[in-house]
Design a protein around this ligand. Structure first.
Ligand code: S3P
Length: 432
């Protein structure tokens, strides 16, 4: 989909109706990467549509896995088993996608061939030592820029033994990389987290019958083989969060966001918005691939400030750009703490949220690990994505809820996760 470089928003038209946002990005990455090493043909529907997940698809194709999209949009992944991957002839370009590069590194660490992984300027600046070091402890030979701290990374396989690894920060990408390596190595791999991060890898591997066990904040896995699967990917709560906040702050809105992944590790934003006085209801509708699914009903309401910190942070880490906009429109001062991880996302989100809220005329103070946001009356502004899809969508919903016209520059960044975002916003807002 070709996207414009700028988006013009404004007018505070109420958002009404029903929307199914694209499939969950985290689950879609795992569907491709795990489908690649399952034995036989897996069939997936409602996979995420953005460039990030496309990078995972291209990567497994370069590793010798046949992938076909049918006329109905269903994707067939012809899995080759852990032993069937082949050495890629090209550098694996992970684009903007941290999940692709880190999970792929784990998947490839026990293989017996050479592969080079890289990405765009943002990805090449993101920390990789957190995944490279434990994979080296499993025996993998990995080289990279600055001793393996940054991509490009070259992996030559070699991971052969399980390890026990204590993560200094809660990160599902590193946890998942170690689990994907541990599924191919001798002994047990054990990963301990300081707080619970999203657990989609555990759920999908568990649903496929892998020897994986969760005990509090510890996950263990042993060597396994995986069978093919069918999966209808639930919709992405991180994408839905932007519409949920937009509905809260745009008077007269009344929205239903359908068939969302309601995994508790992903719904922290619903708890935060409820604390802020939002009118939200989650209605469970079923189960898919080990994940609970439900509809989220949101109506506009006055918001008040809150504090977001501690163990709640991993459950809202991707939603903080949306929640920062809720805070900007809320009554009182919101504090976000213990969120230093925001500095190493697709942009330094503490810096970029600070800049964009300031443009909107909101009082905001950055800290090393968070932000203090004094809610008020945001004004129309010239806004920027900083090349970060979630900052682009945060800017768009803020601008949408203000009477005057705002512009979001660098709109193309939205293509990483949600290329249809502007079309969906326009459809829900109705004619002006
Ligand atoms: C993701 C994990 C999180 C999240 C990212 C997707 C995943 O990153 O921010 O958008 O799919 O595992 P970290 O593992 O770095 O916390």
């Amino acid at each position: 989909m070709s996207l414009p470089s700028e988006l013009v928003v404004g007018g505070a038209r109420p958002l009404r109706g029903r929307l199914r946002v694209p499939g969950d990005k985290s689950i879609s990455h795992r569907a491709y990467l795990i489908g690649a090493v399952a034995s036989g043909r897996s069939r997936c529907t409602n996979l995420a549509t953005g460039d990030d997940v496309h990078a995972s698809r291209l990567a497994i194709e370069h590793l010798g896995v046949r992938v076909r999209t049918g006329r109905d949009g269903a994707v067939a992944i012809h899995g080759v088993g852990f032993d069937g991957l082949r050495e890629p002839e090209v550098v694996l370009d992970c684009g903007n996608s941290g999940t692709t590069i880190r999970l792929l590194l784990g998947l490839l660490a026990p293989q017996s061939f050479h592969a080079v992984l890289t990405g765009d300027a943002s990805l090449r600046a993101r920390p990789m030592a957190r995944v490279v070091e434990p994979l080296r402890a499993m025996g993998a030979a990995i080289d990279g820029r600055d001793g393996g701290a940054f991509a490009p990374l070259a992996v030559r396989g070699g991971a052969s033994r399980g390890i026990r690894h204590e993560l200094p920060v809660a990160t599902a990408q590193v946890k998942s990389a170690l689990l994907l390596a541990g599924a191919q190595t001798d002994g047990t791999t054990e990963v301990l987290e300081p707080a619970r991060s999203r657990d989609h890898t555990e759920r999908l591997l568990g649903a496929l019958g892998a020897p994986i066990g969760v005990d509090g904040l510890t996950v263990r896995i042993r060597r396994t083989e995986l069978g093919a699967f069918e999966l209808d990917v639930p919709s992405d709560p991180s994408s839905a969060a932007f519409f949920a906040v937009a509905a809260c702050i745009t008077p007269g809105s009344d929205l239903v966001l359908e068939k969302l992944c309601c995994n508790p590790t992903r719904l922290g934003f619903v708890d935060v918005l409820r604390r802020m006085g939002a009118d939200l209801e989650v209605v469970p509708t079923g189960d898919e691939g080990g994940e609970p699914v439900g509809d989220l009903h949101v109506r506009a309401s006055a918001l008040r400030a809150t504090t977001i910190s501690g163990d709640e942070i991993p459950r809202v880490i991707d939603e903080i750009p949306a929640l920062a906009i809720a805070a900007a429109f809320a009554d009182g001062t919101t504090e976000i703490r213990d969120a230093a991880e925001l500095r190493v996302k697709e942009s330094d989100r503490i810096g970029t949220i600070h800049q964009e809220l300031s443009q909107l005329g909101i009082g905001v103070e950055p800290a090393t690990d968070g932000l203090v946001i004094r809610g008020g009356r945001p004004r129309a502004a010239l806004l920027k994505s900083h090349g970060d899809h979630r900052i682009a969508m945060a800017a768009a919903i803020a601008g949408h809820a203000i009477d005057g016209e705002s512009i979001v520059r660098g709109w193309r960044a939205v293509g990483s996760s949600y290329p249809e975002f502007a079309a969906h916003l326009e459809r829900l807002a109705g004619p002006s």
